[in-house]
Design a protein around this ligand. Sequence first.
Ligand SMILES: Cc1ncc(COP(=O)(O)O)c(C=O)c1O
Length: 551
Amino acid sequence: MSFLRHCGVLKITAVSSASALWPAGPWHRATVHPFARVCLSCSPSLPYRAFSESQGLRDSLAAEMENGTPKAEKILTLESMNQNVRKLEYAVRGPIVTRAMELEKELQQGVKKPFTEVIRANIGDAHAMGQKPLTFLRQVTALCLYPEMLNDNKFPEDSKQKARRILQACSGQSSGAYSASQGIEVIRQDVAKFIERRDGGIPSNPDNIYLTTGASDGIVTIIKLLIAGQGKSRTGIMIPIPQYPLYSAAIAELDAVQVNYYLDEENFWALNIKELRQSLHEARKHCNPKVLCIINPGNPTGQVQSRKCIEDVIRFAAEENLFLMADEVYQDNVYAKDCAFHSFKKVLFEMGPKYSSTVELASFHSVSKGFMGECGFRGGYMEVINMDPVVKQQLTKLVSVRLCSPVPGQAMMGVIVNPPQPGDPSYNQFNSEKLAVLNNLAEKAQMTEKIFGQSPGIYCNPVQGAMYSFPRIEIPPKAVQEAKAQGLTPDMLFCIKLLEETGICVVPGSGFGQREGTYHFRMTILPPTEKLKTLLQKLTQFHEKFVKEYS
Ligand SMILES: Cc1ncc(COP(=O)(O)O)c(C=O)c1O
């Protein structure tokens, strides 16, 4: 079902025949596309709105009705609730995914479809797509959760040592206890050592490390800290377009000002300093831009920034007094032979004290991506550099309000940054499992680029890193008109039809932002190789058919 507001009256429209049993009375059906979330007779050109007003509305409506009549007036209504929450959108889990889940159920119930399974390529969740967890990571975390197994000789000695070390640092030696708000101290020390190894010996101070509930939590926490002012002095946050929608959602929720800078699609989605300057200049007319967010390697665009580009960005941030947020959750996911990951911290320090002692930087990492893909553990860390000590106290106070990030997630982060070393009993297995995941991703990145590269009407940059491809697609004017008539963005129309006809679930580019008049979709490269190949072939064939149909 989907729901609309129209002239102050809430209306309901059916998505599938199975879900059309709704009461009469003040509720009536409207004839709009099942995926449109606006009433066309009111606002034909309003853009499609994602998750916020679909799933939530459905639940609240069910609760509002009692025996077919509305219950007494609610205190919490769509009008009285936090309007910033209504505004925010998160395309990666939007209505297209809800529809994919409905289709899966329909297939299970034996409903005939032109496909036999739904292939989900909408979200960067490796384990959900069948990737096996690395043995050592699970052994240590399992031991932390159930220390009785420390006596079990099936576990290698190095996994036991690591688990004991973590447990000894836990209050009451239990992973069920709250930890310090900033995170377990030995794990923060291990994170600092990991950063030092990664960055060729540049020192890292465990006091600057915060263990977080995934990178998302760290990113939102830092954004919270940075927001201030009213009207023209409200904090502006510069984000890449296309972006990972956590950023736009957090900015909307916290009522900051989103300042877009466009990545250069014609140049492998590179970051262009001229574009940054122009965007900043424009933004200064209506807000106070103080933050520059970088995602490297990029989601959804899959580019890996060159060292020169990072230096330019740091120089720009220094000149323009911008706080840098470096989202580096894909630092292990670099596939292109001529690309390498350079951390912002390393480049900053190699640029000398003029920059390393002044530029304020927060960088983020996560257990969710890389070769680990342990998204469900919700682990991550952030490192803050050059943060004023009194502000750091405020940051520690802010994170302490939520007590601590989940201790199993901290333990997972702890193992990832302190893996088996050559000579340790688990080294060979750990290393071969890690390489197998990364090599397979590299192979799938190449396959994606190759198949899209041979498809007329699809323009796809190389997947240099991360886990996604963000191809630009040709959408004929007739399809654009039809989408408009249905209250949809053209790329949403494409993705809906793709899903309904082939069972392939990808996310429309409009959920990430794209230049006006261009259309994209984002898909992950995570499905198993053979499934990904089938997906790419079916998708390109479908696109060809779609273009013909509307030409
Ligand atoms: C660029 C980027 N940053 C942050 C995150 C959030 O990751 P986490 O699971 O660590 O919260 C994601 C997740 O997909 C991401 O792609």
